[in-house]
Write a new protein. Structure first.
Length: 432
């Protein structure tokens, strides 16, 4: 029996590795990055997101798809029951399966909030098809999607000609500081130790942008748009040095739905956002379409110099031109995180409604904050410098809100006038 089991495991391993990534005969390799798909908000949104994927795959015909996190809006799961994530995964994977395109996944901050934990998500991903190249991290490091994929030369399996790193930025907190998650210290040490691998051009994908995205924007060597703050971790786990140790010259992220800029950092590493793919959750801005970033690698070329563009859902292509110095200056940012999230315990009832008196936010209109209960706590995320955020901080400090205040973290939410529902929270303005 042990011998038979070993044979089965060897066979499964062989099947998992049967899709080899390699440069074309033209020495190119094309990657499509789908990010922030946010399946699970509502059925129509899910179907529209799948359509976006299908159209882009038909137009681009990539060698690899990278799902760079927030596959689902796990914060909407609540008590929907078992099978919720699996059904959303079926919607998500439909396009790559239909296109017969290999894919690799790294998780975002919302993916582990539903009915499957990280390892279970990876098992589901891997069991879907031999086209899945997703791997699970070594057990001794933080996160579940830390791994690499080698791209081989067109006519050879050895050695690797380029390398793709996928890194898990976790959810919340970094180096003991509140805020968004980061690639953890144990993962950074593991990554640094891989410098013994063949020294080939490399790029990385991660969900939450590291702080270098903010610095790269501030440098002024930028293409594309910044329509919300860079929501990066407040702590520094030393990722930049680890990336340099393994020859990474380009990092691509998601997380901030209203950003798609591509900028060069003083270290020589390129930091670029994807482009919001999904119809779920907030963004992209109203004058944008949904889409994806495309990266065209050339054998022997550093990914920092790789050609890249945005493919939109209507088929149009955006070749991002230089961002004006005026726009860069107007959006300069000195600290990570664009807003404060107030988290409340909602175990006793499915939702709570907090009334903010007239004059305590924008104008004279009374404001109600509607907070839905989820599997965890509920959070209201608001720009840190807004009047409403200041008012909430005052209410919390005076215990004027009757719900138990359970914590303070950081993030960015979509906000504005009128009715809007998003994730665990919503804003509803009303009169009278």
């Amino acid at each position: 029996m042990p011998c038979q089991l070993a044979t089965v495991l060897l066979l499964l391993s062989t099947l998992r590795l049967s899709v080899a990534l390699r440069f074309s005969w033209e020495n190119t390799f094309k990657i499509v990055q789908f990010t922030d798909l946010h399946y699970g908000t509502e059925y129509l949104h899910d179907q529209l997101t799948t359509t976006v994927q299908k159209r882009i795959l038909e137009w681009e015909r990539p060698d690899l798809v990278v799902f760079s996190g927030d596959l689902v809006s796990g914060n909407l799961y609540s008590e929907a029951g078992p099978g919720w994530f699996k059904k959303r995964w079926e919607y998500l994977s439909e396009a790559v399966l239909e296109a017969d395109t290999p894919w690799a996944t790294t998780l975002g901050n919302h993916d582990r909030e539903a009915d499957l934990d990280g390892p279970a998500i990876i098992r589901l991903d891997q069991q879907t098809s031999k086209l899945s190249l997703t791997q699970q991290s070594p057990s001794e490091i933080e996160g579940v999607t830390n791994y690499w994929l080698d791209i081989h030369a067109h006519d050879s399996n050895q050695p690797a000609a380029a390398r793709i790193w996928l890194l898990d930025s976790l959810e919340f907190g970094c180096q003991g500081r509140d805020g968004w998650g980061c690639v953890g210290p144990s993962t950074v040490r593991w990554l640094s130790a891989q410098h013994k691998l063949a020294d080939v051009p490399a790029l990385a994908f991660v969900h939450i942008p590291p702080p270098e995205f903010m610095a790269a924007w501030n440098s002024g060597d930028v293409r594309g748009s910044k329509s919300e703050p860079v929501n990066c971790p407040s702590g520094d786990s030393g990722l930049l040095q680890a990336l340099k140790a393994v020859n990474v010259s380009a990092v691509f992220s998601g997380h901030d739905h209203d950003n798609n800029f591509d900028a060069m950092h003083s270290s020589g590493i390129r930091f670029a956002y994807g482009h919001k793919t999904g119809y779920g959750s907030y963004g992209p801005p109203v004058d944008w379409q949904h889409g994806a970033r495309v990266v065209l690698l050339r054998q022997g070329q550093a990914p920092a110099q790789a050609e890249s563009w945005i493919r939109l859902e209507d088929g149009s292509r955006i070749d991002q031109g230089p961002t004006s110095s005026e726009d860069v200056q107007a959006q300069r940012q000195s600290e990570c995180d664009g807003s404060t999230a107030y988290c409340f315990s909602l175990e006793a009832s499915p939702y709570k409604l907090f009334n903010i008196p007239p004059g305590d936010w924008q104008g004279d209109t009374p404001m109600s904050i509607f907070v839905m209960r989820t599997a965890r706590s509920a959070c209201i995320e608001l720009p840190a410098d807004s009047l409403l955020s200041t008012r909430l901080a005052d209410l919390v400090s005076r215990r004027a809100l009757t719900e138990t205040f359970t914590g303070l973290s950081y993030g960015y939410g979509s906000y504005g006038y009128g009715s809007y529902g998003y994730g665990q929270y919503g804003y509803r303005s009303h009169s009278g």
